[in-house]
Design a protein around this ligand. Structure first.
Ligand code: NAD
Ligand code: DAU
Length: 358
């Protein structure tokens, strides 16, 4: 029975990954989820698994060496899957420090604690110990020309404090692999969407605002392009990289699904109209009139696009969920989980929203 230490498992992708892993492996694995429960961490995301005997939660900051070492001392960890991070670009522009703290220094603590726990006297590592660092395509910068893609060999060129801090964390992982032969992989993934995504990010923000008849803020000209991947497909890719990927390698993960932001907003509005019953009063106010162009994000990257050729060729992973299907699943989830949205948008979220958009 393998024991997984998942960091940031109470966040969007981490919680989807935990659900995916229990669906796939059931009682064959044990998962320990360590999360500091920042504004983005929410144990409601894990309600369905919290009673499982093979799941446990530790509330701790990944920068806290003592707390993280204790987990490694008390458990024989086989796999680390490291999601915990500050993840929102706009917040990084307003307050970069916490991004460096968690994303860079927190990753260093995770690497050191795993190395100390796993390293044998001769400097090698037991078979089966693996650390997967979850990173982003934003480290590669911005693509200007159509037909260009991010490959694993594309030089790093981060622009926001968020992507710079993720690039820093990737470099630390690379340095541990090169210097200590530390058994790790890095994955660089494109934009995710799906259940449990916090409504500071484009897709859940637009769904939530549209349902409430609030303005839909579009940065700049709305023509920035992102490559959207359904979160369950990302969870599957992470598992496949850890089980079948070559150690020390980086794998890019993407959706083959480039869309301009404004296209995404139109698709959401149309899908909401199709999915809401005629009797629902919200149907009346869901319209393109809500679209409001606002000041552009500072340093806004124009286009991201991943070429997931290596992961397909070596591991056989491909995105499975077409956007039209994924967006319906996402909207359906938000319809069925209105209380979740109410809880995460009460309190601090309103303060953030007012400061950010007014
Ligand atoms: P998220 O913001 O939804 O969740 C982050 C989680 O990390 C939260 O549960 C939070 O409480 C926890 N956390 C933050 N600081 C912590 C700390 N110091 N100690 C312990 N826990 C802490 O983020 P997400 O969108 O789920 O992203 C997860 C990872 O995937 C991040 O590393 C991000 O860079 C990467 N990623 C995200 C996307 C995307 O589209 N969302 C795409 C590619 C890569
Ligand atoms: O590419 C992977 C990255 O995707 C991850 O590493 C990040 O953690 C994740 O947040 C995401 O970053 P983006 O900045 O691309 O995502 P976001 O949802 O914030 O914005 C998507 C696009 O929509 C971007 O071009 C900015 C634009 N946008 C966003 C918001 C929140 C708007 O036009 N209006 C908005 O209100």
């Amino acid at each position: 029975m393998k024991t997984y230490l998942v960091t940031g498992g109470a966040g969007f992708i981490g919680s989807n990954y935990i659900h995916y892993m229990f669906e796939k492996y059931g009682k064959e694995i044990r998962i320990i989820n360590v999360d500091a429960l920042t504004y983005a961490g929410n144990l409601e995301n894990l309600k369905a698994v919290e009673q499982y005997e093979n799941y446990s939660f530790v509330k701790a900051d990944i920068c806290d060496k003592v707390a993280i070492s204790k987990i490694f001392e008390e458990h024989d960890i086989d796999r680390v899957v490291h999601f915990a991070a500050e993840s929102h670009v706009d917040r990084s522009i307003r307050n970069p420090e916490v991004f460096v703290q968690t994303n860079v220094l927190g990753t260093l603590v995770m690497l050191n604690c795993a190395k100390t726990a796993w390293e044998l006297e001769d400097g090698s590592y037991p078979e089966g110990k693996r650390f997967l660092h979850v990173s982003t395509d934003e480290v590669y910068g911005s693509l200007e020309k159509e037909g260009e893609y991010f490959y694993e060999t594309t030089p790093y060129d981060p622009h926001s404090p968020y992507s710079a801090s993720k690039a820093g964390s990737d470099m630390l992982v690379k340095s541990y692999m090169d210097t200590y032969k530390f058994p790790a992989n890095i994955t660089n993934c494109s934009n995710n969407y799906g259940p449990y995504q916090f409504p500071e990010k484009l897709i859940p923000l637009i769904i939530n605002n549209a349902l409430q008849g609030k303005k839909l803020p579009v940065y700049g000209d709305g023509k920035n392009v992102r490559d959207w991947l359904y979160v369950k497909d990302h969870a599957k890719a992470i598992d496949m990289v850890q089980e079948q990927g070559r150690l020390f390698e980086t794998y890019n993960i993407g959706g083959h699904n480039e869309k301009q932001n404004i296209e995404i907003i139109h698709i959401i509005l149309q899908t909401l109209q199709e999915m809401l019953p005629d009797s629902d009063p919200r149907k009346a106010h869901i319209s393109t009139d809500l679209i409001t162009y606002v000041e552009d994000r500072k340093g806004h990257d124009r286009r991201y696009a991943i070429a997931p050729d290596k992961i397909k060729a070596e591991i056989g992973w491909e995105p499975e969920t077409m956007f039209q299907e994924g967006i319906k699943l996402t909207i359906k989830w938000f319809f069925e989980n209105e209380d979740w949205m109410k809880h995460v948008t009460s309190g601090d979220y309103q303060k953030y929203y007012n400061e950010m958009y007014q």
